[in-house]
Ligand binder design. Structure first.
Ligand code: ATP
Ligand code: MG
Length: 414
């Protein structure tokens, strides 16, 4: 993509009202635009990042048998009334918060909707287990919407739900989801702690969270660096605050961001919708369920919180909107322009995702500052100097020294 046609331009100044790094850098880079507190538009580069995250999450969900679907954001009150959740203040009523005539809520989670659907089709043990997920906009009446895209009133979530004949089958799948989540977060360049949290109000045992250490995180965990496990503050016993029970390592305390969670739900929802299956002997049982969330948009913010320096973002390889940022520096005879165009074409032909700074009216300083702010993994500069030295100047975002490389070697190098 040519930077001359990229919308919007970057903002050079610091934003005085955005204390968090993700809000600051994502806004200045033109990845997102804040419409209201906790309500964001995703602009071209930001939407590309979201696309990369969705791709990783989708691949790992499919790898454990998940199948994607898409449910309505408008949730009829009949679903939420079945579990007595319509009264909760978590979501928004479509006709206004306090309107008792509201027919719909803006969905904040979809256990009820999906259980109602699946129960219409499945009645035999032969049709179980089944694993269904969606990536969808969720709505939460968050009063503490802050910290950029980390906590929104509107945000993107991946929600997976599993349906089983037994608790045992649920827990064997629960382990698979755990492993899939660890792969997802690793591919996103994040170091996560598998964190034991309290049993949710209705769940039958402990629930688990995936936490990333960060000063801006609203959660607090006690973690072991060696075995990468943690306990949420809420369930921490005093005597455990010293040594790790798993491996004997030191226990440390830190603020953290919850990027995902997994819940054994038991039969709460199948009971509410009378969702039963018949076993091999003709006996009926309630279906056992699990639910598993990942905050897709929160993940983007978390990656920025972890991967940034004073100059801007450093996107992990699989998340960067473009693999390379090709920078053209104008020269008197127009020689660098021709060379830059040639390299841009060759890279695209080789299948390299490249952002091409083809702007005539920006200074080298402005171009370099943009490249640092936007954070593509590799920077390639075409200048008179680089051509005289035999090619292009190349460096990784985290490196300070550039190297000269023959133009025909770029593809191979990156
Ligand atoms: P939190 O404790 O942070 O409020 P939660 O327990 O309400 O999260 P879930 O309702 O289970 O979380 O949502 C699943 C995932 O969606 C969370 O793990 C988190 O990554 C993300 N998420 C939850 N609320 C928000 C929000 N308001 N903005 C952005 N992401 C969110
Ligand atoms: Mg919440």
């Amino acid at each position: 993509m040519r930077q001359s046609s990229l919308f919007p331009k970057t903002l050079r100044h610091q934003l005085s009202d955005e204390p968090s790094a993700n809000a600051q850098l994502l806004t200045r880079g033109g990845f997102v635009f804040k419409n209201s507190a906790g309500v964001y538009s995703y602009l071209t580069l930001g939407w590309m990042v979201i696309g990369k995250i969705k791709k990783i999450v989708g691949e790992e969900m499919n790898a454990i048998g998940g199948a994607e679907l898409y449910m309505p954001a408008l949730v009829d009150r009949k679903y939420l009334e079945a579990t007595d959740r319509f009264k909760l203040d978590v979501g928004f009523d479509v006709l206004g918060k306090k309107d008792r005539n509201a027919i719909y809520a803006l969905g904040w989670t979809h256990e009820e909707v999906l259980t109602a659907i699946v129960s219409k089709y499945i009645s035999s043990y032969k049709d179980l287990p089944i694993y269904l997920y969606q990536i969808q906009t969720k709505f939460r009446n968050e009063t503490r919407a802050k910290s950029g895209v980390l906590r929104g009133k509107e945000f993107l979530m991946k929600d997976l739900y599993s349906f089983h004949v037994s608790e045992q089958d649920l827990f064997s799948y629960y382990e698979k989801v755990k492993e899939a989540y660890l792969k997802i977060f690793k591919r996103c360049g994040l170091d996560v702690y598998f964190t034991t949290a309290g049993g949710g109000a209705f769940t039958m045992s402990a629930t688990h969270e995936f936490q990333v250490l960060s000063e801006v995180g609203e959660d607090e965990i006690f973690y072991c660096k060696i075995c990468k496990t943690a306990k949420n503050k809420e369930i921490m016993d005093i005597e455990e605050k010293d040594k790790c029970k798993v491996c004997g390592g030191d226990i440390l305390r830190g603020n953290s961001i919850e990027v995902g969670n997994i819940f054994p739900l038991g039969t709460k929802y199948s009971e509410a919708f009378d969702f039963q299956f018949t076993d091999g002997n003709g006996n009926k049982h309630l279906v056992v369920m699990g639910s598993y969330g990942i905050g897709i948009s929160r993940l983007m913010g978390t990656i920025v919180e972890v991967h940034n320096d004073v100059k801007g973002i450093l996107w992990p390889e699989e998340i960067a909107p473009f693999r390379a940022h090709l920078i053209y520096l104008p020269s008197n005879g127009g020689k660098t322009r021709g060379e830059s165009e040639k390299i841009y074409d060759a890279l695209r032909k080789a299948g390299v995702e490249v952002l091409y700074d083809d702007r005539e009216d920006s200074t080298p300083g402005e171009k370099f500052a943009d490249a640092d702010l936007l954070g593509m993994p590799v920077r390639i500069v075409v200048s008179e100097k680089s051509i005289a030295a035999g090619g292009v100047e190349i460096k990784k975002r985290e490196e300070s020294e550039v190297r000269i490389l023959g133009a025909d070697k770029i593809d191979e190098e990156i």
